[in-house]
Each structure stands twice: as C-alpha cells, then as structure tokens.
Design a protein. Structure first.
Length: 207
C-alpha cells in the first residue's frame, strides 16, 4: 500500500477529520474517474469496502462486490491489503465470466486466504493431488461447500461470504463413497501450495 505524505491540511473524505501536517494518507477515486480525494490511514479499509478506486490501481471492470469482500476478508484474517493472495483468475478471464461464476471465484479466493489452505497443502504432499469441488448451497445466501478428496481421506469446508467466520471445517471422512452428489462433481483443482482454482480458469483469455 503506497502512502503519500500530506503537504497541506485537508479533510479525510470519509471521517471528515482534518489531516495533520505530515500525516500519511491515501488517495482514492469514489466514482472511478480522475477526481481524487484524501483518506486517512484509519479509514483506508472503509474506502476499500465502499469500492473506491485507489490511486494507481488497475481500473479494469470486475465485480465491485468482489473487491469489497476481498477487503473484508483481509481485515478478518489480519492480512494487509498488499499482502493478500493474488486472485486465482486473471482480469481478462474475470471480465468474461457471468455473475454465478464470479461468486464461485470469490469463494475460492476467500478459502485461499484462510489457514485451511496450509492443511490441504500438507495433506497433498503425503497423498498426492486431490479432487475438488465447489458447490453453492441451495437457498443459502452466497454460501458454498468446498470438498477436497483423496482416495483415503476427504475434507468439507463451509464458505460463507457474508459471515464473520467465512471458512470453517464442517466434516471429514476417509472413503470417497461416503460423499454424495453433487459434491463429487469435481469442478476445481488444487495447486501444490493448496490454492483452490475453479475450472473456469481453463477459459482461454481474450486475444
């Protein structure tokens, strides 16, 4: 996160407090155009949650709600915004996805910032490459079940995008036949570092 040094006394665009001489701040564009406002360090995350565009940040049109929740996930897990995991998909692919696919990508990104990712990576080093699926729960608001399975073990996690505990382990077992449809419709892969990547990543990028 690049912070600028204040040369003049200006108000923070969110809290309204007048910035002190020499106080650090960031510049954001509330509407995504060239007009920039100053935001104090204490209000930085609020600006991100509002979907404001930071000065110098890419302006490619993705899903505003995805950016908001990623800022929230960073706060929940104690991860600085510049230290967050890179999204599992590139911007050209994200622009081609529909709303249903975008929210699945968001669920994968949320899991990838959780401590459970290290668990999956450790088990994979012993048991090899697993199967994986991300299934939206019927009737639930942006809630998903992530299943990661080997021949001798499987884990299921609940991903709740609107919850204060966005990822939690809900069940585990030892035999693949214990899993029912649609959790065995493998629609994601697991990388060596434990990151979950939905199959939409196989879409060829534009150009």
């Amino acid at each position: 996160m690049r912070i600028s040094r204040n040369e003049f006394s200006k108000p923070c665009a969110i809290c309204g407090r007048r910035l002190l001489m020499g106080e650090q701040f960031s510049r954001f564009s509330p509407s995504g155009d060239s007009e920039l406002v100053e935001v104090c360090r204490l209000c930085y995350e609020k600006a991100v949650d509002h979907g404001w565009s930071k000065e110098g940040a890419p302006t490619t049109p993705t899903r505003t709600e995805v950016r908001k929740k990623r800022g929230l996930m960073a706060s929940l897990f104690g991860i600085a915004q510049h230290e967050m995991e890179e999204p599992v998909l590139t911007e050209p692919i994200l622009r081609r996805l529909g709303e249903d696919d975008l929210v699945v990508v968001e669920a994968a990104d949320v899991f990838n910032t959780s401590p459970y990712r290290r668990t999956i990576s450790g088990v994979a080093r012993s048991l090899g490459e697993p199967h994986a699926s991300i299934v939206a729960l019927s009737g639930m608001k942006e809630e998903f079940v992530l299943t990661v399975a080997w021949d001798l073990s499987w884990y299921q996690y609940r991903i709740s995008l609107e919850s204060t505990q966005p990822v939690r382990l809900v069940e585990r077992g030892h035999e693949l036949h214990e899993l029912k449809q649609p959790f065995t419709n493998w629609n994601a892969r697991v990388e060596e570092d434990g990151r979950i990547v939905p199959d939409v990543a196989r879409i060829d990028s534009l150009g």
